[in-house]
Design a protein around this ligand. Structure first.
Ligand code: AMP
Length: 476
């Protein structure tokens, strides 16, 4: 029999820049702790959230579209009783935001239940889909569900063994928390594209995308889940199950630039300090005279502080951000994105007037944000506007879990720096060099993925790959 792929609708997106959280804790209110854990990784996904809780006998799941506080009511949290939980915050690109695609994904297999929450993106989901047995009851078109069913069908006496036997089949990025009725399991691809950390909470354990979620929930950081590693936690404690060796490490450099929260520690480096160093290096690489260094809040703040420190030009605030508006980047229509920027930022006109201003931001994707901010500041009487971007031009899409648009929408893929400067109407524009960004991260160059800047992907990618990989697959 064939899987009916036409049923898997075209709205699906596989490019999730998501947040995951998991907890094993006897005598803990795991649902409530997870709720706060998910709040802490909200920046990694704002389109939907989900929580699955096991009491040892059954797994109960609640998922919904929107931000964490709008998905779960107090009643929901109170109803989720158990001692293990996993949760997910989801962020998809254009059109991919449907209820079916929310996570954790629950698979019922031979009277057992297995549920997973995934941050990342595998690039061979289409091929793997075709290897699933006929009649596999797929409910979504996410790569995550395909991975889940591959694991269910893999050889192995335990879920850990099944995972170990499946790891080499998955090509790409996956930092995953999984749960059975009695175990919390976590595993990470051998490249280590996305972060995944382990913490201790009272007698139990917490696993999450970022250390900021450990801080919020009161957990103590133990260590990272290593690239290629599988671990599990059950009533007997924490187990190191095994390791899949990989060719190389490829931690996403963009995590330092934008994705992670500044208060998180990635590979022993505080993100805020990495960003601050990148700002300092940019001040050396691209100096310019001005009255004020400002950030586009909040993503550019750490870097702007660094730029100001190294240049000696005072740091100030000129843009007030309405923090209740979601990220403009996710809006599918350009028209809405345009309005979004105005709703989000209001300039302090009195301070802007007559000033030479250096604006520091983390990145330019399409150019929408910066173009509108420059317009707002010009209308507010700025004398000169110099743009300093604390990462190199983004010229290539990410296939490993970051929401970048297709190449033709990445402004730097078709325009030179000078053309971008003209397009956004800046007095000057400079980007940080890749080598300086790598230096700021204090990671070894050959352990990072910088493909969005360099085009050098750590594993071969079919450039025909689209967001809707499962849709493209025929049937199996
Ligand atoms: P754009 O307006 O399309 O040039 O987007 C640039 C802005 O989006 C920058 O201010 C970044 O802080 C932010 N940004 C960069 N990458 C992403 C991403 N993957 N998802 C959401 N926002 C992003």
């Amino acid at each position: 029999m064939m899987l009916n792929i036409s049923k898997l609708k075209r709205e699906e997106s596989l490019k999730d820049k998501c947040g995951v959280f998991g907890i094993y804790g006897k005598n803990e209110d795991v649902a409530r702790i997870s709720y706060f854990g998910l709040y802490s990784v909200q920046h990694r996904g704002q389109e939907g959230a989900g929580l699955a809780v096991s009491n040892g006998k059954e797994i109960k799941t609640i998922k919904g579209l929107g931000l964490v506080p709008s998905v779960f009511t107090e009643k929901d949290i109170a109803s989720l009783k158990g001692f293990i939980a996993i949760g997910h915050t989801r962020y998809s690109t254009t059109g991919g935001n449907t209820k079916n695609n929310l996570q954790p994904v629950l698979m019922r297999y031979k009277n057992e239940e297995f549920t997973i929450a995934h941050n990342g993106n595998i690039i061979n989901a289409g091929q793997l889909l075709k290897t699933l047995p006929p009649g596999t009851p797929l409910k979504s078109t996410t790569d995550t569900e395909v991975m889940g069913w591959i694991i269910c069908n893999a050889k192995g006496k335990s879920w850990e063994e099944k995972i170990m036997n499946s790891m080499s089949k998955f090509e790409g990025a996956f930092s995953i928390v999984a749960m059975t009725k009695t175990k919390l399991i976590a595993f990470r691809d051998s490249y280590g594209f996305r972060p995944l950390v382990l913490g201790k909470l009272n007698g139990g354990f917490v696993i999450s995308s970022e250390t900021c979620a450990l801080d919020t929930t009161g957990a103590t950081y133990i260590r990272d889940i290593r690239p290629g590693e599988v671990v599990s936690i059950d009533r007997k404690g924490f187990h190191e199950i095994g390791m899949m060796k990989g060719e190389r490490k490829a931690f996403c450099l963009f995590e330092y630039v934008y994705l992670a929260r500044p208060d998180s520690i990635l590979n022993n480096e505080l993100v805020h300090q990495v960003r601050q160093r990148s700002g300092e290096l940019l001040a050396y690489e691209a100096p310019v005279g001005a009255d004020l260094v400002v950030a586009i809040p909040d993503s550019g703040t750490s870097a702007a502080i660094g730029y100001s420190k190294a240049s000696g030009i005072p740091f100030g605030e000129i843009l007030i951000k309405n923090r209740y508006i979601g990220r403009t980047f996710i809006q599918p229509e350009q028209r809405i994105r345009d309005i979004g920027v105005k709703i989000k930022f209001n300039p302090l006109r009195k301070i802007v007037k007559g000033k030479r201003i250096i604006i520091v931001d983390d990145s330019i994707v399409r150019g929408t944000t910066i173009k509108h901010i420059i317009l707002l500041l010009r209308k507010s009487g700025a004398k000169e506007i110099h743009i300093r971007i604390c990462s190199p031009p983004i010229k290539n899409p990410c296939y490993f879990g970051v929401d970048t648009p297709n190449k033709d929408h990445l402004i730097a893929s078709s325009k030179t720096v000078d053309q971008i400067k003209k397009f956004i109407n800046a007095d000057s524009l400079a980007y940080l060099s890749l080598s300086a960004l790598e230096r700021a991260s204090r990671q070894k160059k050959n352990t990072l993925c910088s493909a969005c800047f360099s085009g050098k992907y750590p594993l071969p990618v079919d450039i025909q790959f689209t967001k809707n990989i499962l849709e493209k697959s025929k049937s199996c």
